[in-house]
Design a protein. Structure first.
Length: 284
């Protein structure tokens, strides 16, 4: 019984399927089955109930999964602290980045950081902003980057500001906008456009026909002539075949999407975390 067995248990508990767990762990199905069988033999307890549709954990198995979760967390903390004692910056940096920022802004950032610190291993998770903050709250990541301004009691740093603009397949004027189908991106910054800017500009309500969480999906819809959309400028590429209008009109309020870096001060003592924070601050 070793930590690798515990890793297998955790993944198998999440997947409830030996093949899917094996694929995630880059192991063969027989190897996963053997390790679980050996663990059951060593502990003299049944861990799994095998069925045609997957596996279920016994009461003893669930207790083992919950108990080993803490051991794995302690292992990771120990490794981080040991690596932190090294003269050069090395170790694993666990990052969570919201989907839209990860696609549009993050690749060149992480490429530059990787070039500066080649011994640092990056574990990157992406998702909706609320998912990223949940990962941060639960200690699954060191740093969370999101663009919705979610509440966070510890360190929160503004790292990017991007104007909101309107995109369309064909060139349009503001006067034509109320008659257009609108594809809505469900973020606080875009919502503010419709609650503050739109009522000042138009007397009729917007005709929202689609809603998505992802800017890339929205852009594809616009490019196919399915509607127009308000998007953050940082998500637009020169190659995007869309027409762009910057917000203008009677309202003098600035409409922007802000991106934030969130972390705990206690994790900033780790050299890999501190270096990434400083790296991001130098970019502001």
């Amino acid at each position: 019984m070793d930590f690798r067995d515990f890793d297998i248990l955790q993944v198998l508990f999440e997947e409830k399927n030996i093949k899917k767990a094996a694929d995630r762990l880059f192991l063969s199905q027989p190897a996963v089955t053997y390790r679980i069988n050996q663990l059951e033999k060593d502990l003299n307890i049944p861990i799994l109930i095998r069925g045609n549709k997957g596996v279920q954990f016994t009461l003893q198995g669930e207790f083992l999964v919950e108990s080993t979760k803490g051991l794995l967390h302690d292992r990771d903390i120990m490794i981080e602290q040991v690596q932190n004692l090294a003269d050069d910056v090395q170790g694993t940096l666990r990052l969570g980045v919201s989907n839209n920022f990860a696609i549009s802004k993050f690749p060149p950032i992480i490429a530059s950081f990787n070039k500066a610190f080649p011994k640092v291993k990056i574990q990157l998770k992406t998702g909706l902003g609320i998912e990223i903050m949940k990962m941060l709250e639960e200690g699954d990541i060191h740093i969370g980057i999101e663009s919705a301004g979610h509440k966070w009691a510890e360190q929160k740093v503004l790292i990017d500001k991007s104007k909101i603009c309107l995109i369309s397949k064909e060139k349009i004027t503001w006067e034509e906008l109320p008659a257009k189908n609108i594809i809505y991106i469900a973020t606080p910054a875009i919502k503010k456009v419709f609650t503050n800017w739109w009522p000042v500009m138009f007397r009729t309500a917007p005709f929202i026909t689609m809603e998505t969480d992802y800017v890339e999906t929205c852009k594809r819809m616009v490019m196919n002539g399915l509607g127009v959309a308000f998007v953050p400028a940082f998500c637009l590429e020169p190659s995007d075949s869309v027409h762009i209008l910057e917000l203008d009109g009677k309202s003098k309020e600035e409409y922007i999407m802000e991106s934030w870096m969130n972390y705990r001060e206690s994790t900033a003592v780790l050299s890999v975390v501190r270096e990434f924070i400083d790296f991001m601050l130098d970019r502001i």
